[in-house]
Design a protein around this ligand. Structure first.
Ligand code: GDP
Ligand code: MG
Length: 189
């Protein structure tokens, strides 16, 4: 079977570890300081369940509660990784605001071709990530809070540490699984 091409956007508040997670997954290393303003696309091939994937990871420069959802991330993207830091209440709030904007944006686009608007809602493949789980002493958001939020979205959930390479590959495997699930009611090919 030919490799499937999948494009994934990594979004969230600044400094939550979006770039660190991307670089850890793609290069297998933890970079301590990475220019926070850079927006990069990383490529990586991976294989799950006998299927090859060519992934494009769009490491966004970050959003805050006032950001207008960037239109370029509503098209041409198969799945989303929304990242907060378990050490930051603010980043947990931002991810919820981002989620609402994401649904608005993708809903608008899908509504033009899909009859039932409700079928759009569950069909945006999302994985919620609580990063920096190695920082036990600074934890502000419990595992259960993160898990509950993801369940309310019907999204995947992973706590991860880019620093310790813990849970990082799970994120990207999970988003590919979410994308496969949504293919049943959504044209993604
Ligand atoms: P971005 O702005 O979301 O892309 O965040 P970066 O990847 O640039 O990371 C912001 C800061 O958090 C940097 O100093 C990273 O070294 C640090 N960082 C990222 N991930 C982790 C992690 O899992 N654990 C710890 N302890 N620090 C992290
Ligand atoms: Mg970054």
């Amino acid at each position: 079977m030919p490799a499937k091409q999948r494009k994934i956007a990594i979004m969230g508040y600044r400094s939550v570890g979006k770039s660190s997670l991307s670089i850890q997954f793609v290069d297998g290393q933890f970079v301590d300081s990475y220019d926070p303003t850079i927006e990069n696309t990383f490529v990586k091939s991976t294989r799950i369940n006998n299927q090859d994937y060519d992934l494009k990871l769009v490491d966004t420069a970050g959003q805050d509660e006032y950001s207008i959802f960037p239109a370029q991330y509503s098209m041409d993207i198969h799945g989303y990784v929304l990242v907060y830091s378990i050490t930051s209440h603010k980043s947990f709030e931002v991810v919820q605001i981002l989620y609402d904007k994401l649904l608005d944006m993708t809903g608008k686009i899908q509504n033009s071709s899909v009859k039932s608007p409700t079928s759009c809602v569950s069909s945006v493949p999302i994985v919620l990530v609580g990063n920096k789980k190695d920082l036990h002493m600074e934890r502000m958001i419990s595992y259960d809070e993160g898990k509950r939020l993801a369940e309310s979205w019907k999204a995947g959930f992973v706590e991860a540490s880019a620093k310790q390479n813990d849970g990082v590959s799970d994120i990207f495997h999970m988003v590919l699984v979410e994308i496969e699930k949504s293919n049943g009611n959504n044209v993604q090919e």
